[in-house]
Design a protein around this ligand. Structure first.
Ligand code: ATP
Ligand code: MG
Length: 342
């Protein structure tokens, strides 16, 4: 029997995989971008602003949001079993977790508008699959989010029953599970954990959204177990952004424009990021993670050394993660490959 989840506490740092942390995330909109010369804005606040910077809307975010809205409606009329879900799949650092969290935030805010002044609701839950997870570890993540006490004294079935009961009471509609690629269904523990997740999908009347690295080619969706999951889940690919066709370029340019507009550096020449759009794509491979890292670090370096502008020279000095640096060098080989003669 479920008593009550512990009320959110007000600690300074709570991960998003806790009720408290999730509420803080939903309640805290991005810091407003004041005018660059605004006296109210201290240097430290400007540094914080550029460290966090902006979340840009990508095409995958739109696709995910439309798909999940449809699923929430579809699943509302579905009492038992076979509810449909969504998998966000793509290479590392393409913004899968960010897209998922933004989705959760939107759904939660919409729920609050529909149910004003109603405490005791938890429309969205967000967890991450722990490395080498067992079924008990996975359900404990749900319980930890909810602040359920005395986990270590409960067995897996007790925790599962408590979690499912509570999520039904709290009206949870959307369960977000990140890093599902960490469940290696070739191992016994991984297979049992994926079974547990599927079981939770049947017990909790919510829409499940998973996210992970290249999930469609992972063992999670293959074999007998995988085919059941594959039959219920739609996949949205969260790919790096391309820079080939005119439409691709337009989209990338729009993103560069938005990022450039969001900068609050005293001597920045507006439009510089757009001017270097092709270079920025080559550097980052169109990955939101590398792009965000490059621009935020350049902005912070320029704030610290007082130049307060982003130039190509500065961008060239910033070292990205190893994978991005290797990719940035790789296209050179492709460009120099001999063209087939007509
Ligand atoms: N749409 C976006 N706008 C701005 N920054 C973004 C966006 N998407 C992702 N980022 C930034 O890129 C970084 C990586 O994003 P995120 O963690 O969402 O990627 P991921 O695909 O989940 O990575 P991993 O495969 O490592 O789990 C983060 O710092 C995030 O803030
Ligand atoms: Mg992630």
């Amino acid at each position: 029997m479920v008593t009550a989840a512990q009320p959110p506490t007000t600690s300074t740092f709570s991960p998003l995989t806790t009720w408290d942390g999730w509420q803080q995330f939903v309640d805290t909109p991005p810091a407003p971008a004041l005018d660059v010369g605004d006296q109210e804005w201290t240097q430290e606040q400007r540094e914080d602003y550029h460290a966090r910077f902006v979340v840009l809307k990508t095409p995958a975010m739109d696709t995910i949001s439309t798909a999940v809205r449809g699923l929430l409606l579809l699943n509302r009329g579905q009492q038992g079993g076979a509810r449909r879900g969504l998998i966000i799949s793509g290479p590392a650092t393409t913004g899968k977790t960010t897209a998922m969290q933004q989705l959760g935030r939107t759904v939660e805010l919409a729920d609050r508008r529909r149910h004003p002044n109603q405490d005791g609701r938890l429309p969205v839950l967000f967890i991450t699959v722990p490395p080498s997870s067992t079924p008990k570890m996975l359900i404990s993540e749900f319980a930890r989010f909810l602040g359920l006490p005395a986990l270590e004294r409960m067995n897996q079935i007790q925790i599962t029953n408590a979690v499912c009961g509570l999520l039904c009471e709290l009206g949870t509609q959307l369960v977000l599970v990140d890093d599902v690629h960490l469940m290696d269904t070739r191992s016994r523990a991984g297979a049992e954990t994926s079974d547990q997740l599927k079981y939770l999908g049947e017990r909790i009347p919510a829409t499940f959204v998973y996210s992970g690295i290249d999930v469609e080619s992972s063992p999670l969706l293959t074999g007998v177990r995988g085919s059941q999951l594959a039959g219920r889940f739609k996949i949205v690919r969260n790919q790096p952004l391309r820079y080939g066709s005119p439409d691709d370029k337009q989209l990338w340019h729009d993103l560069m424009h938005s990022m450039d507009n969001a900068l609050r550096l005293r001597h920045h020449r507006p439009g510089t990021l757009l001017t270097h759009a092709a270079y920025l794509h080559a550097r980052t491979g169109g990955r939101m993670g590398s792009l965000s890292h490059l621009i935020r670090e350049a902005a912070l370096v320029s704030l610290l050394d007082g130049t307060e502008k982003i130039t190509k020279k500065l961008l060239e000095q910033i070292e990205l993660d190893t994978a991005a640096e290797q990719r940035a060098r790789a296209p050179h080989r492709r460009r120099t490959r001999p063209q087939r003669q007509p």
